[in-house]
Design a protein around this ligand. Sequence first.
Ligand SMILES: *Cc1c(COP(=O)(O)O)cnc(C)c1O
Length: 429
Amino acid sequence: MTNEMMMQRDIEVVWHPCTQMKDHESIPIIPIRSAKGVYLYDFEGNKYIDAVSSWWVNIFGHANEYINQKIKEQIDTLEHVILAGFTHEPVIELSHKLRELTQLDKAFYADNGSSAIEVALKMSFHYHLNKKEQRKLFLSLENSYHGETLGALSVGDVALYKETYGALLIESIQTPAPKDQSIEAAKKALETLDLILNKHHKEISAMILEPLVQGAGGMKMYHPHYLKGARELTSQYGVHLIADEIMTGFGRTGSMFACEQAGILPDFMTLSKGLTGGYLPLSVVMTTNDVYNAFYCDYNEYRAFLHSHSYTGNPLGCVAALATLDIFENEDTIKTNKLKSLFMIRQLERFKKLENVKEVRITGMIAAIELREYNPKERVGVKIFQLALKRGVLLRPLGNVVYIMPPYIITEQELCKVFDAAYESITML
Ligand SMILES: *Cc1c(COP(=O)(O)O)cnc(C)c1O
């Protein structure tokens, strides 16, 4: 099989995510036969460094031997079982581990990030209802992203994904995100947040945010002071805080969870993506005993959270997550990530001198290079994607923001190759 033959067979039947399929009349789809570590291999022997961690999920490399082994053991023991009325060892162990790590008391499972957001929104709304209050509004940051299902899309604020479906969405209001990583920008954004909460807190169920880094909105980054302030204000006004750590969780921002850098505890934390090391779809909403107890009563009082997904708490996903957490412990990943992040800071220096670069940013293992404004019709992101691919690197810019978000096992030499590819591609625009 050649790449071309695979692509033709694909195009006949597969409708790809987030894609105008007609693009593939001119842009080839790359069929991947296998992957190992940071490398993806196609059907013609080409290899590509996966510098976007396969959409931000992979953290310890592809075909990681330790995670593979744990999944292989589990698959011969128990592949799946209903989680209502039944339980299993991986889900119990994982929940205890997550309680320890997040300091939140209870774990409710789903099978992808967006579903976890739906769970958190519904739980927050239902909590207030159980306390005899109907609060129909959600508050989120401008430019935020929380997934694509209708509830998640409603609280997001990226027009490209949201606008088309406006008529279908639930009500939400947006408050400005800090405009840069300075503490002053954080303080300024908190002033507006205070005003909005003051006016609307009785109608607002929860505030939801991506802590420290707004991912799909273009890798916008802000100071932990904003998180701290948002927690103080939401507590003061009696509004829940949902920390969407689906992208930022599991070491991506330099700490296990981004919330730690502000020393805050949210009412809900949503986790997915890196949770299983990038192996299997699994997500979880961590929450407090206060929330849990608002649902806890005799059945006939009808306050239970009657929400479910078929693959809730899948055992294979749970062992992949447990294996991932083992690696964090055994290899002191957070510490080695800090060194890699410093290396990435040095790599970013040379981009500042390019005339078409507006700003460079970094938080932990996420580096972003924002180009000057281009006409969206020029599709510079697609150009960079193609130029980098020729250099053996998978980059997938968000509009005019080129970002590098590699698996943590990437070496300095491989990082150099990634930054070189980004640099050369940007200079060739
Ligand atoms: C990716 C992402 C989601 C959605 O997760 P899916 O698994 O793609 O549905 C939600 N929130 C944030 C911050 C994300 O980055």
